[in-house]
Design a binder for this molecule. Sequence first.
Ligand SMILES: [Zn+2]
Length: 496
Amino acid sequence: MSADSRSFSRNWSRLNLSLAPIVALIAILCASIFIFAKTYAAQGKRRHSVTPSPRPPDWDKLTQEATDLLSNYIRINTTDPPGDELPAAKMLREKFLADGIPATIWESSPGRAILAARLRGVGRHTKSIILLSHMDVVPANPKEWQVPPFSGTVKNGEIWGRGALDDKGPAVVELMAMLAIKRMGVLLDRDILFLATAGEEVGGAAGAGWVLEHKPDLYSDAGYLLNEGGGILVQKSGKLYTVSVSEKTPLWLRLTATGPAGHAAVPPAETAVTRLIAALDRLDTFRTPIRVINPVRDYFHSLAMLGDAPDQFSDLAVALRKDPAFARNFVAVPGQNAQVRDTITPTVLHGSDKTNAIPSSAYAEVDCRLLPGTDKKEFLATIHKVIADKSIKVDVLLNFPPASSPQKSLLMNAIRIVAQRFDKAPAVPRLLDGFTDSHYFREKGIVAYGFIPLEVTPAEMHEVHGINERIAVKNLKGGIQRMVDLLEIIGGREGQ
Ligand SMILES: [Zn+2]
């Protein structure tokens, strides 16, 4: 050891002595920063931890509870009309209250109920997320079903009954996910608002429409919404998460024709009935133009990427324009045709009540569905032109402004994370050809997506509003697990 190094050693020792308190302080600071960073990262990653730390749920027990709940829910007949959702709303309220989640019921008219339940989060400045569903169901004819449609029968691992898929099953997924989060002791940084409405199947005026008009405080802090309209499409080639960001707009019309009344034994050249039939015939042969909007282009592109579809799907707009044979086959499939054009569908017909009497008026109702971007006024002008009979009156029965949600958002990111995590599947925005209550909320600027993480095969889609509607218990369980994960992501910081 050299003299220089010895003296350096001594100096270093002295320095050490004098620096000792500072070094200790730095060490404490570093440790604190490390602990803080670790805690922050953990919170940021999944959730705000509270003491005691989150307890994972007993999924089997929770699934049994969800099965019983759905079975009971189906047993409450909420066929619309008349709906009579109040008993269903009361049952759901009890379920929330039993777990200490405040829930309120309003009646928009006697027997027509709306239920809201709010699971509070800790964020003061974050926007809440609405989990929307409707309590009413479409009619079911017991003669056509394998089991009574309002029995809630559980057999062979499936829960049967009207509403199992539309929309009581999805409501149970939403509700049980909220209970699971509460029971796990997870505090999210935004509120979750469960909202079950009346009258969706007949346009939503008694439910979502009423809430929007009469309870603005309820949704004024809402930024996001999940509703029916999309899910996990299961195909041979794999799974696809479909998220409806937009819907076609209904334009329901009544065409009224008039003419001389009289005895059918001496008919004039033209009557109200013959004029009406001629007008409907002209509408029937009329073809609206083909138009591919962005979510439709993206959706079919995703199907092509999955490898379960014709190559032309990868660029649908070009293929429809340049490949006439493909275009013919494409629009021959009603579900595809409705994605790329406005549709005009006569449904109601009314003329005389007596075979031998010519009525002075006859009417038809026509269900038109417009793509986003179609101008209502221009469309109506086209209808008049095609009918080409000024004596026929055209009245609008139902219409509302078109509204879409952005394809990119925090909520879409969260859905994409869940899709990857659970199924290694893509999530893709799409256009819904029907309409749901989502449009009410989109009009208020809320990012509303049709997406409930339940699996559905193309065959099962026919059970919605059809016969033998049912859901697998396993599917219900997977739906709740994915919904819990999705809410944890959107309610934490992950994916932002
Ligand atoms: Zn529905």
